[in-house]
Ligand binder design. Structure first.
Ligand SMILES: Cc1ncc(COP(=O)(O)O)c(C=O)c1O
Length: 177
């Protein structure tokens, strides 16, 4: 018998989710962007309900929720979407770690080709990013710090709360300067 131990990379869908989705994949499969027929309105209502569920789960507002096809698309939108802002505001410095997935590293490399400067933080022997290494690299023109929550190969949980604290403290410092 084989046992799958790589649930940081992908996981089986919960049966109740699969059951709910099966209806929208086979019966109520309309395009939610089509407003001229009932197939579209049924799908739109389902997407709105799903949006509201995510909104209450993560305490956000509706316009902050964007559904994508997966992590690669999300990372590309988030990272490449910062390009104009960075160029227009002279914020062209990026910090990331050596253990990020290529879905993060590749769009960052694209920005590097356009003149953005990238600092890549190495991890220690246990596979962990040291928050102090990030603190040492933060600059006034830092646009983005991208560190994964859990590594998809080692399963090591990164100290995200500590990193966020450091970022917030430094933001305040730069605002005062
Ligand atoms: C950490 C991480 N980021 C991104 C991806 C890419 O995800 P997707 O296949 O949803 O684009 C994976 C997939 O294994 C991943 O583990």
């Amino acid at each position: 018998m084989s046992i799958y131990l790589d649930c940081n990379a992908t996981t089986p869908i919960e049966p109740e989710v699969a059951e709910k989705m099966n209806n929208y994949l086979t019966t109520d499969f309309g395009n939610e962007g089509s407003h001229t027929h009932s197939f579209g309105s049924v799908a739109k209502k389902a997407v709105q309900e799903a949006t509201d569920q995510v909104v209450s789960l993560v305490n956000a507002s509706r316009n902050e929720i964007i559904f994508t096809s997966g992590a690669t698309e999300s990372n590309n939108i988030a990272i490449l979407g910062l390009k104009e802002f960075g160029l227009n505001n002279n914020k062209k410095h990026i910090i990331t770690s050596a253990i990020e997935h290529k879905a993060v590293l590749e769009p960052i490399q694209e920005l590097e080709k356009l003149g953005f400067e990238v600092d890549i933080i190495n991890v220690d022997q246990s596979g962990r990013v040291n928050p102090k290494d990030i603190k040492d690299k933060i600059r006034e023109d830092t646009l983005l710090i991208s560190i994964m929550g859990v590594n998809n190969e080692t399963g090591v949980i990164q100290p995200i709360s500590e990193i966020i604290e450091i970022i917030l403290k430094n933001l305040v410092r730069f605002m005062k300067d």
